[in-house]
Design a protein around this ligand. Sequence first.
Ligand code: SF4
Ligand code: SF4
Length: 203
Amino acid sequence: MGINNKLKFQCVHCGQCCLDQNTLVNTTYKDILRIKNGLHLTIDEVIEILGFYVFDQPPSVNEIDRMVVPPIQTERGMAFVGLKKKPNGKCFFYDKAEERCSIYAFRPGFCRTFPFRFTIRSDKNKKKSEINIFYTEKGIQYCQGIGEEYPYLDLEQWIKLGREVIQDLSKNNQLIKTWNSKVKIKQILPTARNFILTIFNIE
Ligand code: SF4
Ligand code: SF4
């Protein structure tokens, strides 16, 4: 039995992934554009819904290499870009009264794929690639939908999603790399506005 075939999960809508104080929802440029277009946001409003989480200690090259979404250079130092949190640590978009996500149709890839992460393994000889699916650390920590009592994953659907997510992350990482290089050679001022403008210009 392959590793993917052992995964059992069903979202029971406990909301923990939206409520956990220590979970930061990363946003790729595609996520930001999807939310911007879905909610018809201006540039100022997009800046308002995002968090630029500055690292206390600048991460090492090795640490950055291991990150799903690398940090960007900002005026205040290296920062991780994600959805803003409310002061109580809940996601900015969590609707407390309804106990659900208020932007469900436009939610980031992170939320679509939680509690999983994906890796890709290419076989050059066979000219094909294989997607492997794993539980994330946070998923194992608190996701109530992981358990023996739940059904096996619909692999076709999750592998398709995994491929899309890996492609999105790869393009996003390229964008961040270009941004950080431009900042380094002082070709662009590392403000939040300029970063979002760079993303808007992709459209
Ligand atoms: S965007 Fe929606 S699904 Fe994602 S963490 Fe926030 S409330 Fe939850
Ligand atoms: S923590 Fe798991 S079960 Fe709870 S809402 Fe998130 S994905 Fe669903």
